[in-house]
Design a protein around this ligand. Structure first.
Ligand SMILES: NC(=O)c1ccc[n+]([C@@H]2O[C@H](COP(=O)([O-])OP(=O)(O)OC[C@H]3O[C@@H](n4cnc5c(N)ncnc54)[C@H](O)[C@@H]3O)[C@@H](O)[C@H]2O)c1
Length: 330
């Protein structure tokens, strides 16, 4: 059975990747410092997968510890999800964001290289795309005119990986540009559960539905969209997790660097998401409009055609299905 290291494997995306890997016959090993996740997730993952999950409480900037882990477990490939992801926080503390996101990636690559492991999947983001009108966004579209240090950190890492692939032909590098991952495993046992600030729409709506927050703040109602609110491409987290396994399955077929969008290709406005949530759950979500949030774009929708063509990956679930699964965590 092939070991796949999942950095940030206790977090939202990494933990769902762990489930998909087990389902597909791989052995995931989690490397996480639990800075934005909870150790209790391991038991939940074991319950879902019915397998013992090996994990290390390690900061992947800690090269000494990393070295010991790589010595102990032969590793087939790495899925690199670890990193900070709050856009607002990144504006307030950019040095810390670059230090963690870029620093941890460099430490990881160095360790992989020393151990002759050359297969990596990197969690990138739709935020690397330039804010132009060429929608849906395609993998060869313009990138780099990022709007905040978080996005810049993703862009810098992509550049580092591109140069690495060019300079050393042993590497197989896959860059996964996520659009808006939502929902949770259908058991409802694990979910997006950040320790820090709420950034994403769905966890925010969930808190309002649970009456932990009185109303949803909608940032901006004057965008050039169907109803004035921002439009995003929401992808079910289980679909996204399966996308990683699809990449792992094919990663040895072609060396070099490949980039894939992971989204549905469809856009939903904030108000449409709120309405769909209310319809599926019967819970009313009070909201108020506030001014636009710095760094947000009006519309972000991807073309997922490349992933279909090359990985045979396609999102199976739509927004309604995602909300049906979210109901399990309410
Ligand atoms: N969730 C999204 O909407 C989204 C969208 C696009 C890209 N991404 C990227 O995907 C990745 C995973 O996102 P997520 O939503 O699961 O975030 P998350 O915060 O839930 O998970 C990240 C995990 O990485 C861990 N971590 C952070 N720094 C670490 C370090 N130095 N060493 C070890 N562990 C560390 C955290 O404890 C956490 O468990 C991130 O890189 C994020 O930038 C997320």
């Amino acid at each position: 059975m092939r070991n796949v290291f999942v950095t940030g494997g206790a977090g939202f995306i990494g933990s769902h990747c762990v489930i998909s890997l087990v389902k597909n016959g791989y052995k995931p090993i989690i490397l996480d410092n639990f800075s934005n996740s909870h150790q209790s997730i391991i038991k939940k993952l074991e319950k879902i997968t019915k397998k013992k999950i090996i994990y290390y409480n390690v900061d992947i900037r800690d090269k000494k510890k990393l070295k010991l882990i790589f010595k102990k477990h032969p590793c087939y490939a790495v899925i690199h999800c670890a990193g900070f992801k709050a856009v607002g926080e990144s504006v307030e503390n950019s040095v810390c964001y670059f230090e963690n996101n870029v620093g941890s990636t460099l430490a990881l690559l160095e360790c992989m290289q020393k151990n002759k492991i050359y297969k990596i999947i990197f969690s990138s983001s739709a935020t690397v795309y330039d804010d132009d009108k060429a929608l849906p966004l395609k993998e060869n579209g313009k990138i780099g005119n990022t709007k905040n240090p978080y996005g810049t950190s993703k862009y810098i890492i992509e550049r580092i990986l591109k140069d690495l692939a060019k300079s050393d032909s042993r590497w197989s590098i896959r860059i996964a540009r996520y659009f808006n991952p939502i929902s949770n495993h259908p058991t409802g046992l694990i979910k997006e559960n950040p320790k820090g600030a709420l950034n994403n729409l769905i966890p925010y709506i969930v808190k309002v539905a649970q009456k932990k927050i009185s109303e949803l703040k909608i940032f901006g109602k004057d965008y050039n969209t169907k109803d004035g609110t921002g439009v995003r491409d929401y992808v079910h987290i289980m679909d996204l997790a399966d996308g990683h396994t699809a990449m792992i399955k094919k990663i040895s077929h072609k060396k070099g660097l490949k980039i894939y969008n992971f989204g549905t290709g469809k856009g939903w406005s904030v108000l449409e998401v709120v309405k769909a949530f209310e319809k599926q759950t019967g819970i009313s979500i009070p909201y108020k409009f506030t001014k636009r949030r710095k760094g947000d774009v009006a519309i972000s929708i991807c073309s997922p055609k490349k992933a279909l063509k090359e990985l045979n990956w396609k999102a199976k679930y739509d927004l309604d299905h995602a909300i049906i699964d979210i109901k399990k965590i309410l």
